[in-house]
Every structure is written in C-alpha cells, then in structure tokens.
Design a protein. Structure first.
Length: 134
C-alpha cells in the first residue's frame, strides 16, 4: 500500500511496524544518498526506518534499538553545495547522522516536502535521544 508523505500517511505506514505499547515520538520523510527514500521514525524504544519505492510504496522495514545507538548528530543546510549556487531557505536540508555500536554509519537527509515541516524531525530525534541518555 502507498502512503503519500503527509503527516497522517507517514504515521499510518509506521504504525504497521509498532510493537504493543510502543509509542511513536516523531516521523519524517528522508532520503539517503539521494536515491533511497524512507520514513524515519523514533519511538520510545527504537529508530524505525521504513524503505519506500519511488511512489511511496512501503518496501520493507528495519529498526535500530536506542540502546544500540553509539552516537548521532545533525547538520542544517547543504553540506556540499557549490559556492556559486543560489539557495532558497526552503531548499535547505537537515541531515541526521547515526552510528551504531557495531560501527555502521547512516545519514538521512530531511528536506521540506509537500508542505511538511520535515526539517524539524531530526531536531526532535536529537532532543529526545539526549533526554533519554544517562
């Protein structure tokens, strides 16, 4: 089933993968390496990564328990934009970088899409993970 990247559609797609009594904190649309598309969600237990087709059809899911995250950071803006390009603020992206304890690194780029304030999602993920850290 295809769920367009609306707040409701993303929540509905991710909800199919929630475990009993698991609570969704935030969800957003992201790309990885510019050719792979995902709904990236944070719950009170894990990071859920829902793989999408070009037309937003759910192709699969993977997750990373919060306990398995070694680190994460965010970067706001285009990290590798050409110096002569004229950027519009709505074009800029916020990138979420994660590293797991087994050394795997991933980066997800969140841009504003179809009217969603998608760039706030990685900020919410970082703020939540900091609160839960001991």
């Amino acid at each position: 089933m295809a769920f367009k990247p609306t707040a409701e559609g993303m929540k509905e797609a991710v909800s199919a993968f929630l475990e009993p009594d698991e609570n969704l904190v935030t969800v957003g649309w992201a790309s990885e390496k510019g050719v792979k598309y995902y709904y990236v969600a944070l719950t009170d237990r894990r990071l859920i990564i829902v793989r999408l087709s070009t037309f937003y059809k759910v192709k699969g899911e993977e997750s990373v328990p919060i306990a398995d995250l070694e680190g994460c950071s965010i970067y706001d803006g285009f990290k590798y934009a050409a110096p002569d390009i004229k950027l519009i603020s709505s074009m800029a992206e916020t990138t979420l970088y994660i590293k797991t304890k087994d050394g795997k690194k991933r980066e997800f780029r969140f841009t504003n899409i179809l009217g969603l304030d998608n760039k706030q999602v990685p900020v919410e993920i970082m703020e939540t993970l900091r609160i839960g850290a001991d």
